[in-house]
Ligand binder design. Structure first.
Ligand code: NAD
Length: 263
């Protein structure tokens, strides 16, 4: 299926590994010019080289922390200067620490909101003027199943990510007339390096084996397995496509059936 995004300019935030990297890979394979970002230059540039070598596409790597307004502004400015515009935005960031209400104070909530909500708001504000000018845009905000079905041990994530859904839905109504769609993806448990690291530290802490770690998760997933980063990337690429122009304000769970509610 031709997604109709050849030569579109895509900014994929927080993309040196994991879900962001898989989405950048997919959009590059589909012919988009892709900008990736992360804080760690070495790993970011390695990822950039890996993607460009495989797809042969235009790929720019820009060091930026998505929490830092100035760094994000400069990244957007540089992208527009070198590639002309931004047609597709994928907002993403690392996750906040896990824990229960008693583990955190107000400062922890401030940090989580900055990382997982305000970074998304800021990225959207930065790119929308360019999308409005072209009367075309695709915004995909990466959140989590926790936004729809809170997970007890992830109170910071539950709080910040629900805000992303509210913001995305409101924004989608306000930019739809400009040909801009705004959708969220709520990934379920997906086997990224981060999750593999969590499995290892679970075993190292003596709580059980790596296999136990995965079994504990899988028993709550009707599909009986974790997702792959490529499966999240497929959904993101579809939402970025020309053909998805009438889909907006949606929070799409990609979770093997993990969320129990029917809407
Ligand atoms: P990951 O830790 O493997 O990758 C995160 C990426 O973001 C890395 O490239 C990292 O360098 C970059 N990054 C982190 N903080 C940043 C910042 N402040 N500025 C710029 N770049 C930054 O994580 P992942 O598994 O790919 O998950 C991505 C997001 O999706 C996270 O927020 C995670 O909590 C969420 N999520 C993951 C899963 C899962 O099962 N993997 C499920 C639901 C939600």
């Amino acid at each position: 299926m031709d997604l109709g995004i050849k030569n579109k300019v895509a900014l994929v935030a927080a993309s040196s590994r994991g879900l962001g990297k898989a989405i950048a890979f997919k959009l590059s394979r589909e012919g988009a010019k892709v900008v990736i970002c992360a804080r760690n230059k070495e790993r970011l540039f390695k990822t950039g080289e890996e993607i460009a070598a495989e797809t042969g596409g235009v790929l720019k790597a820009i060091v930026a922390d998505v929490r830092e307004k100035k760094q994000v502004s400069e990244m957007v400015e540089q992208t527009v200067k070198e590639l002309g515009t931004i047609d597709i935005l994928v907002s993403n960031a690392g996750g906040p620490p896990s824990g229960m209400a008693d583990d955190f104070g107000l400062n922890d909530y401030t940090d989580a909101l900055e990382l997982n909500l305000l970074s998304t708001v800021n990225l959207c504000y930065e790119v929308i003027p360019y999308m409005k000018k072209k009367k075309w845009g695709r915004i995909i905000n990466l959140t989590s199943v926790a936004a729809k079905q809170p997970i007890d041990s992830l109170i910071l994530s539950n709080t910040a990510r629900a805000g992303v859904l509210g913001f995305s839905k409101s924004l989608s109504n306000q930019v739809a007339a400009y040909g801009i769609t705004v959708n969220s993806i709520c990934p379920g448990y997906t086997k990224t390096e981060r999750v593999e690291e969590l499995a290892k530290s679970f075993e190292e802490s003596g709580k059980g084996t790596v296999k136990d770690f995965y079994n504990n998760i899988q028993k709550n997933i009707p599909a009986g397995r974790l997702g792959t980063p490529e499966e999240i990337a497929q959904a993101a690429a579809f939402l970025a496509s020309e053909g998805a122009g009438y889909i907006t304000g949606v929070a799409l769970q990609v979770d093997g059936g993990y969320i129990k509610s029917s809407f």
